[in-house]
Design a protein around this ligand. Structure first.
Ligand SMILES: Nc1ncnc2c1ncn2[C@@H]1O[C@H](COP(=O)(O)OP(=O)(O)OP(=O)(O)O)[C@@H](O)[C@H]1O
Length: 239
């Protein structure tokens, strides 16, 4: 099916997300996202950058529909979004195979469609017999292999990647990067949060810069990186 690059998959307007935190003694609500605008179109390859705590992971969870905003609006077309994050997703006492089946079901696949893809998921993951073991025994790199292999075979409309590529070993990083680039070439939509600018440069053409819960700038990758570096330089503490 031809890809319509103007088709809007997810749109965020003035989105804010507040958390309650007992650690923040003076305020019982803390705005992790204050005011974010984003228009995600089909086939986009968007990198999200910003300092630690800027709100990037929170933003991905809003795009995925896991977190509802406390203010602003989110409009989502009839699309499946999968979030690849080490912080969530799998059921520890189930095997890699059963978790793969559950992930597929949650993404709207029929049981037989998932079953047909299981050999490819297992093969891509290179988990061998671990695929049949409870994932409680997995290392973070193995979890990432499973999550990524499911995502690449199940093909959600929007793949949201939160810093997970970094935990794979060099060989798997290369393989997953190549698989992602192939998917992107077919018009799949990817949002990648990463502190690794080379990774963003190799996978994304647009970049959104988020700071203190606000979208600062979104646009052409090189322009946004340039503005971000200028800002890092201006605010750097002299040694
Ligand atoms: N569940 C939560 N409860 C309370 N505060 C939270 C929660 N999740 C995130 N926060 C806070 O919201 C802010 C934004 O967090 P988030 O993880 O989105 O940032 P980030 O840009 O992904 O950071 P990093 O680059 O360090 O991963 C941080 O101050 C964080 O402590």
């Amino acid at each position: 099916m031809p890809v319509d690059p103007n088709e809007i998959l997810v749109e965020l307007r003035n989105v804010g997300v507040a958390f309650s935190s007992q650690r923040r003694m003076n305020e019982n609500r803390f705005w992790a996202l204050e005011d974010v605008d984003l228009t995600l179109r089909r086939g986009q390859r968007l990198g999200v950058i910003g300092r630690n705590g800027a709100g990037k992971s929170t933003l991905l969870r809003v795009i995925a529909g896991i977190l509802a905003p406390d203010r602003g609006t989110v409009r989502r077309g009839p699309v499946s979004c999968q979030l690849l994050s080490l912080a969530l997703g799998f059921t520890p006492h189930l095997s890699g195979r059963d978790n793969a089946i559950l992930s597929g079901l949650m993404l709207g696949l029929r049981r037989r469609e998932i079953t047909a893809r299981l050999p490819a998921i297992r093969e891509f993951s290179e988990l061998g017999d671990f695929f049949e073991q409870p994932i409680a025994a997995y290392s973070s790199g193995m979890m990432m292999r499973l999550a990524f292999s499911v995502a690449i075979q199940v093909e959600p409309d929007v793949l949201l990647i939160d810093e997970v590529l970094a935990v794979g070993d060099a060989e798997f990083q290369q393989k997953s990067g190549a698989a992602l680039r192939a998917r992107m070439g077919e018009g799949h939509t990817v949002v990648l949060v990463s502190h690794d600018e080379n990774q963003i440069a190799s996978l994304c053409d647009r970049v959104l810069w988020v700071e203190h819960g606000k979208s600062v700038l979104e646009g052409d990758r090189d322009e946004v990186f340039e503005a971000y570096h200028r800002d890092l330089h201006l605010t750097a503490v002299p040694a």
